[in-house]
Design a protein around this ligand. Structure first.
Ligand SMILES: [Zn+2]
Length: 110
């Protein structure tokens, strides 16, 4: 079953206006349009049950982590992951690592 992606609400890829910074004094610095491709659905705009579950677990993890006052960095240290990996997991990106089961006690345990 597929449905609208929970992360981008089916609006991926989309064009966003950002302020580009290529480094101090670079003439390309300034407003620029960039295409963003959703990392959950890979820009397809729809998601599978698995994508949806991953996003739910990531959100629950983030809420639980923040409620304990733990930073992304501290959590990464505890898991032996990089901060980028923890961030990707909390965003529910495809290919992200799965949090250790003992980490989910306050969250989505069945
Ligand atoms: Zn998406």
């Amino acid at each position: 079953m597929t449905f609208s992606c929970p992360a981008c609400k089916g609006k991926s890829p989309r064009i966003d206006r950002v302020f580009a910074n290529y480094g101090m004094g670079d003439p390309r610095n300034g407003p620029e349009e960039r295409e963003f491709i959703c990392a959950v659905c890979d820009g397809k705009g729809n998601a599978t049950d698995e994508d949806s579950l991953r996003v739910q677990i990531g959100r629950a993890h983030k809420i639980e982590r923040i409620s304990r006052g733990e930073t992304l960095y501290e959590c990464a240290q505890r898991y032996g992951w990089s901060s980028v990996e923890v961030c990707a997991m909390e965003m529910g990106k495809r290919g992200a690592k799965v949090p250790p089961t003992e980490a989910m006690d306050g969250g989505t345990k069945e």
